[in-house]
Design a protein around this ligand. Structure first.
Ligand code: NAD
Ligand code: ZN
Length: 342
C-alpha cells in the first residue's frame, strides 16, 4: 500500500510503498477514505524540537480520518466489515487509575495515533477495536475526518455552559474556528475572535463571530471592554498557545468568569496569578484530548443535526501523494482544515 512515512531524523516525509499491516485478535483493518492534517503532523514533518523529543522514525503519520472496516480480528465484537469508522486518537490502556475513574482522556499509558502507532496517512490502517467510532450516516466523509479536532473544541467550549454569555476566542486555527460555530450553536450572545491571520478571521465571521479582531492592528482589551460595556467577557477560550494572547484573555475576563485553555505553549508562561486569577476568582480549565466517548456523541450530534456547519473551515483538498502541499499551506496559515483524499 502507499503511505506517508516519516523515515528519517530530519525534515520531510516520504510517500512510499509499505506492507499492509497485519491485525491481531482484537484489531481491525480499515481502508482509509479521507484523512486530514493536524498541526502535530506539521511539527513531525518539520522535525521541530518537540518532534525530535517525542517521535521515533520510521512511522506512518496522521491521526484524523474516516474509512471502512475491511477485516476484523477473531475476537472483535464492536464493529463489522463495511462499517464506516473514525477513531479516538488516544489509544488508551483501559486499566490505569485515570481510565478506571472516568478520565481516560488523561490515560497514563496512552499511545498517540500517528506518533506511537502507525497513522492514517495510508491506504490501510490497523487499530484496536476499543478506540473506533461508528459514524452517523448523515455525516459526509470530509466532516467525519475532522471530528477528532472538533471534539477538542467541544470540550473547550462546554467545560461550562455558554448560553447567553459573552465569549472571547483567542486563536482562529481550525479548532478555534470550530469553537466559534459551537459557541454560536450553544447560544453565546457575543463572540469575539482574535487572530493575527486575516484569512482565518474572515472564516471566523462565517462561523458566527460577531467581532473579528487582528491583535496586531487593534487593542484586544479595548475592543472587548467596549463590546461588553466595560464588564469584560464571561468566557475566554484559548487556542493560540501565545503568552501575550493568554494575558489578554486573563485581563479581559470578567471577575467570576472562566477560561478554558487548549492551546499549547512553547515555553513556560508568565501570568499575573494574584491580579488576574486569584483576586478575580476566575476558574481555569486545562483541556486535553476528548472525553471518550461522550465528546464523540456530542460532536456527532452537532454535525448530524445541522447545529454546526464546518464547511467554511475545510478550505483545501489534495490527493494523499500531494501531502507536502498541504503541509506547506498549514505552515503559511493560508488555510483552515486541509483534507487528504486517500
Ligand atoms: P493553529 O496553530 O492552527 O492555530 C493557532 C492560531 O493562533 C493561529 O491561527 C495563529 O495565527 C493564532 N495566534 C497566534 N498568535 C496569536 C495571538 N497573539 N493572538 C491570537 N491568536 C494568535 O492550531 P489548532 O490546530 O487550531 O490548535 C489550537 C491550539 O490547540 C494549538 O496550540 C494546538 O497545539 C493546541 N492543541 C491542543 C490539544 C490538546 O489536546 N491539548 C489538541 C489539539 C491542539
Ligand atoms: Zn489508561
Amino acid at each position: 500500500m502507499k503511505a506517508v512515512v516519516k523515515t528519517k531524523h530530519a525534515k520531510g516525509m516520504e510517500y512510499k510503498e509499505v506492507p499492509v499491516p497485519k491485525i491481531g485478535l482484537r484489531d481491525v483493518l480499515i481502508k482509509v477514505n479521507v484523512a486530514s492534517i493536524c498541526g502535530t503532523d506539521v511539527h513531525i514533518f518539520d522535525w521541530t524540537r518537540w518532534a525530535q523529543h517525542r517521535f521515533t522514525p520510521p512511522r506512518i503519520t496522521g491521526h484524523e480520518f474516516v474509512g471502512n472496516v475491511v477485516k476484523i480480528g477473531e475476537e472483535v465484537t464492536r464493529v463489522k466489515v463495511g462499517d464506516r469508522v473514525s477513531a479516538e486518537s488516544h489509544l488508551t490502556c483501559g486499566d490505569c487509575y485515570q481510565c478506571n475513574n472516568g478520565y481516560s482522556e488523561v490515560c497514563r499509558n496512552f499511545k498517540l495515533l500517528g506518533v506511537d502507532h502507525d497513522g492514517t496517512f495510508a491506504e490501510f490502517l490497523v487499530l484496536p477495536e476499543h478506540v473506533l467510532w461508528k459514524n452517523d450516516q448523515k455525516i459526509p466523509d470530509e466532516w467525519a475526518t475532522i471530528q477528532e479536532p472538533f471534539g477538542n473544541a467541544v470540550d473547550t467550549v462546554l467545560a461550562e455552559d455558554v448560553a447567553a454569555k459573552t465569549v472571547l476566542i483567542l486563536g482562529a486555527g481550525p479548532i478555534g474556528l470550530f469553537t466559534t460555530g459551537i459557541a454560536k450553536a450553544c447560544g453565546a450572545s457575543l463572540i469575539v475572535v482574535s487572530d493575527p491571520n486575516n484569512y482565518r478571521l474572515a472564516i471566523s465571521k462565517k462561523m458566527g463571530a460577531h467581532i473579528a479582531i487582528n491583535p496586531r492592528r487593534q487593542d484586544v482589551t479595548h475592543v472587548v471592554m467596549e463590546a461588553t460595556k466595560n464588564n469584560g467577557v464571561d468566557v475566554v477560550l484559548e487556542f493560540s498557545g501565545n503568552n501575550q494572547a493568554l494575558n489578554q484573555g486573563l485581563r479581559t475576563i470578567t471577575p467570576g468568569g472562566r477560561i478554558s485553555i487548549l492551546g499549547i505553549y512553547e515555553r513556560r508562561v508568565n501570568i499575573d496569578l494574584n491580579k488576574d486569577v486569584i483576586f478575580k476568582k476566575i476558574r481555569i480549565y486545562g483541556i486535553t484530548g476528548r472525553k471518550i466517548f461522550s465528546t464523540w456523541y456530542k460532536t456527532s450530534r452537532f454535525l448530524s443535526a445541522g447545529l454546526v456547519d464546518p464547511t467554511p473551515v475545510i478550505t483545501h483538498r489534495f490527493p494523499l501523494k500531494d501531502y507536502e502541499k498541504g503541509m506547506k499551506l498549514m505552515k503559511d496559515g493560508k488555510c483552515g482544515k486541509v483534507i487528504l483524499n486517500v
